[in-house]
Design a protein. Structure first.
Ligand code: AHM
Ligand code: MG
Length: 374
């Protein structure tokens, strides 16, 4: 059924999701979530596009908006987080959401209770499948004032999949946490490995906006047609080339990388890798743009571990795992160096992880350098 839908041209995302959920009734709630995500992405695309005109560039005016990771938030970080949060809340299909811009996972059911209290009405919680959403509303936002591509990354897990409690006696800040508390339950339902993802994707805001996602059966890409206000299927069934000729790493960190990474990149530069070709370098510093190019052209992208950052820079839940799911669904590989990113069970919402992904043969070649090291 997925293939029949994808073979058609001129298919809007709305229609695509309608067909998918008619053929797969268990995905009805995912249709609703994807509709909200696409509306949020259209709004974010417009916010990013007009940021210089509407004076939405720069940092939050209060000068003290620092997220839990110690990064000063840009105006657009805060705004786009709000856009996605509200779009998803009104589906009634989320139990919890986690975001790069939220210190802790946010319980959506608690929100419903608060709003019901304010309305002085009974809380109405939807029946049916429930989900947990993890997202980075505006990844690469340090680039946004210079109109360099940025993106939204999202991953959706089924709610209630929490199997093991990894909280031990303390949460990750070292503060004791009662495993029965609402906060602990939200955290546990969020800390799922990538193998539990039911949907993941990104929206790239660049010369065009592209919404690329997977429901676990291949990857499809939609381009925003501003004339009709719809995402249209332009890249059905994306398959990443088996091998590319581009590497994409922040080479300023080269002397801090582990030696397998240094040796691997040197071999690509000298044309001494398995392909025998000299590779070219491309690095935007905006993961969504770099991954989008890698999906379409092939090659390898990564943010590896280095001496300063033993876990690299990218966050597992809302950057590395959703992208790993996409890349694997397109026929590629996503590793930490030796291990599969999808299999890592998170211990914290903002946990970082080394990330190396792209064409199967390129990533396998990179892994051979790690495997050869101790
Ligand atoms: P952010 O989530 O704070 O925007 O950081 C993530 C971004 C990625 O998009 C990109 O791959 C990476 O940071 C670039 O980092 P660097 O500037 O160190 O190369
Ligand atoms: Mg980010």
């Amino acid at each position: 059924v997925f293939d029949e839908v994808c073979e058609m041209s001129g298919v809007t995302l709305t229609r695509y999701m309608m067909e998918i959920s008619r053929a797969n009734p268990h995905l009805k709630e995912i249709e609703s979530l994807m509709n909200s995500i696409q509306t949020a992405c259209k709004t974010i695309s417009s916010l990013v596009n007009r940021a210089c005109i509407t004076k939405m560039t720069g940092y939050q005016d209060d000068g003290c908006s620092i997220n839990v990771q110690g990064e000063q938030q840009k105006k657009l970080d805060v705004l786009t987080n709000d856009v996605l949060k509200k779009a998803l809340r009104f589906t009634g299909r989320l139990t919890v959401l986690a975001s790069e811009e939220e210190d802790e996972p946010v319980s959506m059911e608690d929100r419903e209770r608060i709003y019901a209290d304010l309305r002085n009405s009974d809380v109405v919680l939807e029946e049916g499948n429930k989900y947990v959403a993890c997202f980075d509303p505006l990844d690469g936002s340090s680039n946004v004032d210079a109109s360099i591509p940025v993106g939204t990354i999202f991953g959706i897990f089924a709610s209630g999949e929490e199997t093991e409690c990894l909280l031990d006696d303390e949460d990750l800040d070292g503060t004791p946490m009662d495993p029965e508390s609402r906060a602990a339950k939200c955290l546990m339902s969020t800390l799922q490995p990538g193998t539990n993802l039911v949907a993941a994707g990104y929206c790239l805001y660049s010369s065009s906006a592209h919404l690329v996602f997977t429901l676990g059966r291949g990857v499809n890409g939609f381009t925003y047609d501003t004339h009709i206000g719809e995402f249209v299927l332009t890249h059905p069934n994306i398959r990443i080339p088996e091998r590319g000729q581009i590497y994409s790493f922040n080479e300023a960190n080269r002397w801090d990388w582990d030696s397998p990474m240094q040796e691997y990149v040197t071999s690509l530069q000298m044309g001494q890798g398995q392909s025998g070709k000299r590779y070219s370098s491309r690095y935007i510093g905006s993961m969504v743009g770099d991954v989008h190019r890698t999906l379409l052209y092939g090659g390898i992208f990564g943010y590896p571990a280095d001496a300063q950052n033993r876990d690299g820079k990218l966050r597992l839940l809302y950057e590395a795992a959703p992208m790993a799911f996409l890349v694997e669904q397109a026929g590629g590989l996503a590793l930490t160096g030796k291990n599969r990113i999808m299999e890592i069970r998170p211990r914290g919402v903002h946990q970082r992880v080394p990330c190396i992904l792209g064409s199967r043969l390129d990533v396998e070649e990179c892994r051979s350098f790690y495997n050869a090291s101790k």
